[in-house]
Design a binder for this molecule. Structure first.
Ligand code: DX5
Ligand code: ZN
Length: 223
């Protein structure tokens, strides 16, 4: 699987989301949409109505990252709204298998996210139920935090689990990904990279996406 870059609009100008989406198109593979409910994480961002509008306004597929309580109840609507990918947090879900299956049934790719302190091994048997595993490289809730190097061994472990199972599940990292850190994450086996401040804080967001992609591609052990 080729390297993919998913710029996070959390660091974009929320008053001009359509323009901000256009600013990374066509360089970006996805547009990462951080949905926060002020309960699962101590921050509040946006929800379904904005995702529905952005889906119509943007040409890049939406990668919705739900940092919300009760994703079993809310996640399917994001798939119905036309998100290309919907990721739920493992510890927020009561019925992750059912919810991942429901996301897929509604036509989106299904993702499962783990916080920095959550081990990946207990989820190895769920690999067949997902299209993407997201390993958070910061505690979720805010953009602009420092990449946590302590997650690197878990990225390697996850890559090993996927390779052993000959799985095509994507391995995404999110948080603190920049030109300084992306090579470490790529070398460890990640193949989908979320970057907020490193893209939208740059003078040329599309150029920043291209730079991140080429750094990751050079460092990646994946073919
Ligand atoms: C954090 C969000 C991230 C955030 C990343 O909870 O899930 O997607 O936007 O921002 P940066 O790349 O600035 O760490
Ligand atoms: Zn995110």
């Amino acid at each position: 699987m080729a390297i993919q870059i998913s710029p996070s609009i959390l660091s974009a100008d929320f008053a001009h989301l359509a323009d901000e989406a256009a600013a990374v198109s066509p360089s970006a593979d996805w547009l990462h949409v951080d949905v926060m409910d002020n309960h699962f994480v101590p921050n509040l961002t946006l929800g379904l109505p904005i995702v529905e509008s952005l889906r119509k306004a943007a040409t890049t597929p939406l990668d919705c990252h739900l940092m919300i309580e009760d994703p079993d109840r809310w996640a399917p609507a994001y798939a119905e709204a036309g998100a290309g990918s919907v990721t739920i947090h493992a510890k927020a879900a009561n019925a992750p298998v059912r919810t991942l299956r429901e996301i897929r049934r509604l036509g989106a790719r299904a993702g499962l996210a783990l916080n920095p302190a959550e081990p990946v091994e207990p989820y190895a048997d769920l690999i067949g139920e997902m299209d993407m595993l997201l390993l958070m490289t910061v505690e979720p809730g805010f953009g602009g935090q420092k990449f946590l190097d302590m997650v690197l061994p878990k990225i390697r472990k996850a890559r090993e689990i996927l390779d052993t199972r000959q799985s095509s599940v994507w391995l995404q990292v999110d948080g603190g990904v920049s030109a300084e850190t992306i090579e470490r994450a790529a070398e460890a086996g990640a193949d989908v990279f979320v970057a907020g401040s490193a893209v939208y804080g740059a003078q040329d967001p599309a150029g920043a996406v291209d730079t991140l992609r080429s750094l990751a591609a050079k460092a990646s052990p994946l073919a």
